[in-house]
Design a protein around this ligand. Structure first.
Ligand code: GSH
Length: 209
């Protein structure tokens, strides 16, 4: 299995954390999504991709996580197999993943435009959407994990969201505004699976043109 993508992408990171958590061995292709060659792996030119069995390539972190859950079976799957538990974990996970999208939209808007060309109203809208998601996530967080005793995909995705905010958009997480998420993030980053999936210093966005 080959995971394609840099760990500064929270979507790649949540797949890597899940692979480590499950103990599934994999190799990594650290090709940047902005380097040539990515279109041959994923026509959408996005990361992550997971190359399985030689020539079959899975795209989209949600679909990849679904595949990994099938592989390990319902007892070990980070996303519960059914019922209310699945519904709740799924909702928290998609809220966190939507927040990652909003965060990335701001990061890209600022990174790829000269200051005078940044759409500040759009950025403000995304910041509001991100804050809304963080407020709701923080409000429902239990301990030690998001839903209490059991680690789920909601923890992994929220942990990767907060890690990404700290890396690229620190202003979205003023100290003490989301205290439960801060605690959860610290707990996640302490896990072996998170530590093995930390973005390296060379996993950067391309320079501005
Ligand atoms: N829904 C996709 C989103 C993937 C995504 O947006 N990845 C970003 C990196 S964080 C990317 O590839 N961006 C480059 C681009 O869209 O051009 C998933 O969950 O995998």
């Amino acid at each position: 299995m080959i995971l394609v993508g840099q760990y500064d992408s929270p979507f790649v990171r949540r797949v890597a954390v899940s692979l480590h958590h499950y103990g599934i061995p994999f190799e990594r292709n650290r090709l940047s999504v902005f380097q040539p060659g990515m279109a041959e792996i994923n026509p959408l030119v996005r990361i992550p991709s997971l190359i399985i069995d030689g020539d079959e390539t899975l795209i989209d972190s949600g679909a990849i996580l679904d595949y990994l859950d099938q592989l390990v079976g319902p007892e070990r799957a980070l996303m519960p197999a059914g019922g209310e538990e699945r519904r709740r974990v799924m909702q928290a996970t998609v809220l966190a993943s939507g927040a990652i999208e909003k965060c990335a939209a701001i990061v890209y808007e600022r990174h790829f435009h000269a200051h005078a060309c940044i759409a500040h109203e759009w950025v403000a809208r995304c910041m509001g959407q991100l804050a809304g998601a963080l407020t709701m996530l923080d409000g429902y967080a239990k301990a030690p994990w998001y839903f209490g005793a059991k680690l789920t995909q909601a923890d992994i995705t929220i942990g990767c969201l907060i890690g990404y905010i700290r890396l690229r958009l620190e202003e979205a997480m003023p100290a003490k505004r989301y205290p439960r998420l801060e605690e959860l993030s610290a707990r996640c980053e302490g896990l072996d699976a998170f530590q093995k999936s930390r973005p390296g210093a060379d996993e950067l966005m391309p320079g501005k043109s």
